[in-house]
Design a binder for this molecule. Structure first.
Ligand code: SF4
Length: 375
């Protein structure tokens, strides 16, 4: 399987043809939905799902698609949480990032540079960010980059990522800063939320490493600074989070993603994800034309989870029961086959999964008859 991560840019003509094909799939009037680090972290968590890789690569708004399919997503940040997060971030970065730089141990935050990163479009902003990083590293002082733009090639498509901040140290180290609105109580925060933030930050580190490779004297820190409200107040507290593990997992998973053009090339004629012009039945047919890899983890990571779960259940796929169960069942891929094997009606008795199922069925029958005997 070919991969795209860390590979050089493909020739211009195939890129243009791919972009046209992806725009057709998305719909002529639909603006591409940008991939962010949160989506990439979720994409990397399920690299076997071609459906998600294609929809994200084509910039399809999966929330709108799920709505049109009649299975709207049930997760996402509330408007209130969004506004609270923005207000906290503005507070942390107020006055030229004085508070943020203090949390990093900068003795005199007023001396830090805060370059203007404004430019036209995401490509322009990514180029401006790369230049600012090179200049800051060469200058050798403290520099705060507020909302820099980073580019990363993912599954054949460019993704533009916007960390909350990146700080350049006088010794050439670059540190990713993640500002979150969940509280840090007595110095620790919800482990699941910290884990999600670490996976997201690892995507930024990965993108920064591509710029650092072209910058003399630069080194990207594998520890990120997580800033959260302290003890339910709006005062900031910081924690250094080591993301080396998340970085190696994300690097490996993104490298395994099938190229989007390979998935698009295998689609039958007439596939479209245009929610403006297609009926729910047409969209369902199109979505089902792309292979998926449903797992219960999708419920907290992908907007199409309810649709894919319904389909997996309807097909009797054991994937709907979770990856661990799927792994234990070996060659038994349908719930019907599993039940039949447990009843002794089918299955190879030499298969350890079949043996375990029959043993479990016998134990269950014994337990039920003991209960009935006691009653
Ligand atoms: S919900 Fe569906 S499309 Fe999304 S990652 Fe899971 S299987 Fe893939």
């Amino acid at each position: 399987m070919s991969t795209s991560l860390d590979s050089g840019p493909p020739p211009q003509a195939p890129v243009t043809a791919l972009r046209q094909r992806l725009a057709e799939l998305r719909g002529p009037s639909a603006a591409p939905h940008p991939l962010d680090a949160r989506a990439l972290a979720a994409l990397a968590a399920n690299p076997g799902c071609k459906r998600r890789a294609l929809l994200d690569g084509a910039g399809v708004d999966k929330a709108a698609l799920a709505q049109a399919l009649g299975a709207p997503a049930a997760f996402g940040q509330s408007q209130f949480a969004f506004m609270r997060g923005n207000a906290f971030e503005a507070r942390v970065k107020a006055d030229g990032g004085t508070e943020l730089l203090r949390l990093l141990g900068v003795a005199d935050p007023q001396e830090a540079q805060v370059p203007d990163l404004a430019a036209a479009g995401p490509e322009g902003r990514a180029a401006r960010t790369a230049l600012a990083l090179r200049e800051a590293t060469a200058a050798g002082g403290w520099t705060l980059l507020d909302h820099p733009m980073l580019a990363l090639q993912v599954a054949g498509s460019p993704a533009y990522l916007e960390p909350d901040a990146v700080v350049v140290h006088p010794d050439g180290r670059w540190t990713v800063v993640e500002i979150k609105s969940f509280p840090m109580v007595d110095g620790s925060a919800d482990a699941a939320k910290v884990g999600a933030a670490a996976r997201q930050a690892a995507v930024y580190v990965l993108a920064l490493e591509r710029v650092a490779a072209l910058t003399e004297g630069a080194e990207v820190g594998h520890s990120v600074l997580l800033v959260c409200p302290k003890d339910f107040s709006n005062l900031p507290a910081a924690s250094v989070v080591d993301v080396r593990k998340q970085l190696s997992v994300t690097r490996r998973q993104l490298a395994r993603l099938t190229r989007v053009e390979e998935i698009a090339a295998a689609l039958p004629e007439g596939v479209s994800f245009d929610v403006e012009s297609c009926s729910a039945a047409e969209l369902t047919t199109s979505v089902e034309a792309v292979p998926s890899a449903y797992a219960p983890e999708c419920l907290s990571a992908c907007e199409l989870a309810f649709h894919c779960r319904d389909r997996a259940r309807a097909a009797g796929a054991v994937e709907a029961l979770g990856r661990a169960v799927r792994g234990e069942l070996g060659g038994l891929t349908a719930v019907g086959d599993v039940l039949s094997a447990a009843r002794g009606e089918s299955g190879d008795p030499a298969d350890p999964a079949v043996t375990a199922l029959r043993r479990a069925a016998a134990l269950r029958a014994d337990a039920l008859s003991a209960c009935q005997g006691a009653a």
